[in-house]
Design a protein around this ligand. Sequence first.
Ligand SMILES: [Zn+2]
Length: 405
Amino acid sequence: MRSSRAHTIQRMAFSFEVHATAEGGGRRGQLTLPHGVVETPVFMPVGTAASVKAVPQSLLEEIGAGGKGAQIILANTYHLYLRPGHELVRRMGGVHRFMSWERPMLTDSGGFQVFSLSKLRKVTADGVEFRSHLDGSKHFFSPEHSMDVQIALGADIAMVFDECVETPASWERTRESMGLTHAWAQRSKDHFELHKHLVPWSQAAPDVSPGNAASEGKAAFEGKTQSLFGIVQGGMYADLRKESAERLVEMDLPGYAIGGLAVGEPREVTREMIARTLEILPKDRPRYVMGVGYPDEIEEYARMGVDMMDCVLPTRAGRHGLLFAQGEDGSLVRMNIKRREYAEDQGPIDATCGCMVCARYTRAYLRHLFVAGEPLGLTLNSVHNLHFYLATMERLRTELRADPV
Ligand SMILES: [Zn+2]
């Protein structure tokens, strides 16, 4: 009986069900994680340093169609490792409790930031030595260390440590890097399996006040652990993408990401690489494209059968005054709120948008906030853009539910 109980607990900690698949491959599904259920396809706002920039958690819980809020958010391992440090986050009970976010979370492996932000990298078979972009201090990340950091943070989903090649890279260089990524994925998995029980929410962690729902305690998480996803690499080469996907699938991970895309290549190439990789990845596992994209892109990829996506774009664009809206013909409108033409515009950003910003504020006021450098402008712009992304996914989920093959 022991083994059957263990199996049930395992299933409760992570499960993925596909409820409907449309003709183009788009899937409507449900992902069950230790901190809650996620309806897919899903867009995950990025909370780089345990904060979705300029947006308080209470608003994150309310944006999107029907006021349901973000179902899952992402945090960056590299940033939290450097500041405030993963051991501090562990002592605070893990990243959920630290930032007071009780819904599911995902952490990346730190690989992408090590390769894109840090200075003086030295890559060996063992790992990567790099200098912090904050203070120049020297650090070393290996697959094992990335796992230790991600287990201390305690997101529901962790990612294997991968190497990201520069772009453009030759076929030979990409293949060599991919080999390293595969070796590191196996090492990540081995280390994760041995240490996943150390996640803060199933260990002795500081208690929080009784009034906080998060304090229901670790009983709710008994026997549950994080889940580790693989990352398919292979650059812009379809044959390498195929090889990488096949190698990762052999490792039998609960979910698979497609990494190394949206790094400056033409959109047709991104689409082609995603399509070729989806052909290989198992249909009963969630498929996650990392770091994409514009609202019309996330919709397109979800229709192809991608279940999860994340991107800093809605918040980053919002902080730069770029707002997304739906045109009358259904096309994507990119509105630059800085423009003088909005100075006395009494309309909302988007009359069809159901967000709290469009319900209350005029373009004239938002332009004024932006021009005057008022912090509220950053918040309101980010809230509208995030709502736009989440509402897009909700609309898509409704369509996919209604239209099974
Ligand atoms: Zn709006």
